[in-house]
Unconditional design. Sequence first.
Length: 274
Amino acid sequence: MDQHTPTAALLHSPQDQSLDAALSDMSLLLEQHGSVVAVYPSTVPVAHERRLHTVRSVLESNRIALLKVDLPPLGTAVLARQLRQLSVCDFGPGVIASAARLLSHYIYAGAQLSSVTRLDRVPVSMKAHAKSWLPGARFAVRTNPAPELIRIGGGGEVPGGPEFPTRMALAKGQLQSDWIEHTLVPEWRAQGMEEVPLPEESPGWWGTGKLVEFAAFLPEISVLYQLVASVRREVCTWCGVELIGDRCGFCSAPLAGEGQQGRESGVLKHGTPA
């Protein structure tokens, strides 16, 4: 992360923080920044998600966006960083919040696993389950933008990658392997790689601690800006914020009317911004 990217605020779980303290923290964030965009994975415990909605309800604030995403832990962290990068641009909070759905399509997230016996994020065949028990078995799983699972070794196959320039984030668990650095990065033509700490949720998400998680993403803020700016902006008829796409990130209201497709198709073509 460069020095111009704002840091993120951590919203604690109910087990770690009282409701009064959570309300106080959120009030302070709203006072300091005007709006809050909270990004959290769809696998977050129910109690934690309920706390987020309770805080927004008690404060009666329409300046809190709660964005639940289906990305794995490292992919979620990458998306949060991209939104933080965009927060210093001339976009309003509504555009930033609604941009999460658009940017998610450009994150290729997955992991290298030693076993898929406890993996329930993508379809796993009985044959793949059986091969998990073989000594030295390795699997490459991509969950986003579409699920794919392959067994590593022999054929030299890799999951389908992006057709535009990316950078690779890598988070190592207990699996000792350099397959991502030596095979996946060059096959996907990633323009650089950075190693980051493994998110603490990753072993539970992937069903094993013997993993290396990865996420290929658009690294340049200029490309992110162009991508978001290319989509037509609308005004939410419910809460009044400016947005892109077909749903408000703050109140979740769908955009009324026809012809609300954005112009994002074609923004990234043949590996370069259009």
